[in-house]
Design a binder for this molecule. Structure first.
Ligand SMILES: [Zn+2]
Length: 265
């Protein structure tokens, strides 16, 4: 039987036995947004949740995975039919309440494993607030930033979205999100203003609507995606994230958390 890493897969006596060993909870975050003609709305959270599962298995039994958050900040994709966005307050409140609840069960270290660029600002604000207001140590990681260098073996410096990188991760980690027959080239053109693509290092932030960047919603050429690319990027991610987790969970000198009980916040 495979080891249990998702909290949702445990009954409470199992959680009771497990929690004293747990040093870190991973919170997968994603989006419910368009991913071109070839990847489904679930793509970001499907990839983040599967990376979280693999990372937690690597550190079993010291790491558990909280319920994946299925919706994120996708205002910039709302002109594509079907996309759902939350407001910043909603997204941050969902994460904060989950983290505070888990901290009441004794978990003091958190890693938000993010699969969607639009969530980065909110994660950064929340992690900062929780450190200084609650003494809780929350790390944020957007997977394609951690493997940015490895991505450049396959693509030039640019945004990652509904392209060969995401399609490859989908093929390897969650094949249900890939519509193989629909795989198409992105219609992305240069940004309207210079230095605004965060994938190139950017430096200037402009809130574009996605259709202003690519009319079919995709970048790159998802037809070039292979399972092998996804496997290689996943291995790089797990090595780097794993190294971070090992250092993060043994460090007792920072962010010990305020004293609280399971019944009283
Ligand atoms: Zn995505």
């Amino acid at each position: 039987m495979e080891k249990t890493v998702f909290l949702t897969d445990m009954a409470w006596p199992e959680a009771k036995a497990r929690l004293p060993k747990v040093r870190l909870a991973i919170l997968p975050t994603g989006s419910m947004e368009q991913h071109g003609p070839h990847l489904t709305f679930e793509t970001d959270i499907a990839i983040a949740a599967e990376l979280a599962r693999r990372l937690a298995l690597q550190h079993h039994p010291r790491v558990v995975v909280a319920p994946p958050l299925p919706v994120g900040m996708s205002n910039h994709h709302m002109n594509f039919p079907g996309t759902i966005t939350w407001r910043y307050d909603t997204f941050m409140a969902c994460l904060e309440d989950t983290i505070l609840a888990l901290s009441r069960h004794g978990i003091q270290r958190f890693l938000i494993l993010n699969g969607h660029g639009g969530n980065r600002a909110a994660i950064s604000v929340l992690a900062t607030q929780l450190r200084y207001e609650e003494e809780l140590m929350v790390a944020g990681c957007t997977w394609f930033e951690l493997v940015r260098e490895a991505c450049q073996r396959f693509i030039p410096k640019r945004r990652v979205h509904a392209d060969e990188i995401e399609a490859a991760m989908g093929l390897y980690l969650a094949p249900r999100v890939v519509r193989k027959a629909a795989l198409a080239k992105g219609k992305a053109h240069a940004d309207p203003y210079p230095y605004t693509d965060p994938g190139t290092g950017g430096g200037i932030e402009v809130p574009y609507r996605w259709e202003e960047l690519t009319p079919n919603g995709a970048y790159g050429d998802a037809r070039r995606a292979t399972t092998e690319m996804g496997k290689e990027l996943t291995a790089v991610f797990l090595e780097k994230a794993g190294e971070f987790v090992e250092a993060f969970i043994v460090d007792k000198t920072r962010g010990a958390g305020k004293k609280r009980s399971a019944t009283r916040p």
